[in-house]
Design a protein around this ligand. Structure first.
Ligand code: FEO
Length: 432
């Protein structure tokens, strides 16, 4: 029978401190911390009801492992819960699946009390651990673990999976084979605080689960796919992430749901064509005329699906899916007060949640005096790791017929770069 939480309280501030260790499986306890008052996580994520920092203790016949810890300010309640299920001299292993401070804040104090612990981290994790422990690093036994490596606790075995970028490069998962329990840290997590802990008992966390995916996992979709490929063949009865509910009811559904979330939504619509999106804002119609001509030039290419969007509508959310799956992004802005207009910057700032690396990027715009906007936007595209094969197109005031033809040529060349019919040439920004 699945063990039940010892405390049957809804999410509330008072419940957080009162919680005792919670049995999760046979000789596995939750010893983490609840943070119901948190409203902003990592500055960019909002949470309406806080979060949790789940940490676990696994007891075997010859060893006891701690899986992840908590944010620094929750060190004392975490250690108190840990002490309720194990003595420090019994602990043998500290598994750090991810070393962001929300999971390693209590590590220095735990190591002060149990300096003999063997610390298991991924190959990239060791770099962060060194930065965390600084000149104490060499005082501890650190073991680098990779996919397939195991740690025996006697009658329980921990097996590691290297799963980088779910969320940082250091991330890994740990499978407690004997109990079919997978510790995933951020993966399958969400910022949802509820003392009832288990997904079959907490409130409705569907929104939090998808919101968390959108902001934490979405920029690393390819890595999520790689992690799912490793996880899917495993025998899993429960997924124990380090934020939000423990997924003991229908854990496979969450894996399937992640598969859906990482899937391209538009690929079937465009077939083999490359997609090129043009976004623009226009003050007096000149940049709009340029956008239209660039669109015409690009659309001549039968292998390119070109689209044109006026950002004046001021609503960016519908564009994010399109941008994520597009092959080329072209931004048009007039120069106003020596800058691109705010609408364009807002859209570019919103791309932080998606992977734009390697997409083709370009900029254009009309100007009156100096025309800095095009270069500034190009700089941002480069910062987003897009390739910028064509120098941006600037036209003073309204374009003439000849200049509109230049715009069409610009569109044709972008389309040709996209379909591999032009040799790539990165812009040397020193020439701009
Ligand atoms: Fe929950 Fe990426 O830390």
């Amino acid at each position: 029978m699945t063990p039940r939480a010892t405390l049957d309280l809804p999410q509330m501030a008072g419940a957080a401190d009162a919680m005792q260790p919670v049995p999760v499986a046979d000789r596995v306890h939750w010893v983490g911390a609840l943070d119901p008052d948190l409203r902003n996580f990592d500055i960019i994520l909002r949470t309406a009801n806080g979060t949790s920092y789940n940490a676990y203790v696994v007891r075997g016949s010859t060893g006891v492992a701690v899986i992840d810890t908590v944010k620094q300010e929750f060190t004392e309640p975490f250690l108190k819960r840990l002490e309720a299920v194990a003595r420090y001299d019994e602990l043998t292993t500290l598994v750090l699946n991810h070393l962001e401070p929300d999971h390693t804040g209590a590590v220095p104090e735990l190591l002060r009390r149990a300096p003999h612990l063997e610390i298991c981290v991924s190959p990239r994790g060791v770099q962060v651990l060194r930065a965390l422990l600084k000149d104490r690093f060499d005082d501890y036994a650190v073991r680098i673990v990779r996919t397939g490596d195991t740690v025996s606790l006697g009658d329980q075995t921990l097996r590691f999976l290297t799963t980088p970028y779910v969320h940082w490069p250091d991330t890994q998962c740990t499978h407690l084979q004997d109990q079919r329990l997978l510790f995933t840290c951020d993966l399958f997590g969400c910022h949802f605080c509820d003392a009832r802990l288990f997904n079959d008992r907490v409130g409705d966390f569907r929104f939090s689960f998808e919101y968390y995916f959108e902001h934490i996992m979405r920029p690393f979709k390819a890595y999520v796919v790689a992690a799912l490929d490793l996880i899917e063949p495993l025998d899993i009865a429960m997924i124990a992430p380090s934020h939000g509910p423990i997924l003991r009811a229908h854990p496979r559904q969450y894996i399937t749901h992640y598969r859906r979330l990482v899937k391209s939504r538009l690929a079937s619509e465009v077939g083999d064509q490359k997609t090129l999106l043009i976004f623009y804002v226009s003050a007096y119609g000149a940049t709009s005329m340029m956008a239209g001509a660039i669109y015409e030039g690009a659309a001549e290419n039968p292998d390119v699906r070109a689209s044109l969007f006026d950002l004046q509508i001021g609503e960016f959310t519908p564009f994010v899916d399109l941008i994520e799956e597009a092959d080329a992004l072209v931004f048009g802005s007039p120069t106003i007060n020596g800058d691109a207009v705010k609408t364009v910057w807002d859209l570019l700032a919103g791309l932080v949640d998606i992977d734009t690396k390697g997409k083709l990027g370009a900029a254009f715009g009309s100007y009156g005096w100096t025309g800095e906007a095009v270069q500034m936007v190009e700089g941002r595209l480069q910062g987003l790791k897009m390739r910028v094969p064509e120098k941006g197109l600037k036209i003073k005031l309204h374009p003439t017929d000849a200049e509109l033809e230049d715009c069409r040529d610009f569109g044709r060349r972008l389309a040709a770069h996209l379909t591999g019919r032009m040799q790539p040439r990165e812009v040397d920004f020193a020439d701009l």
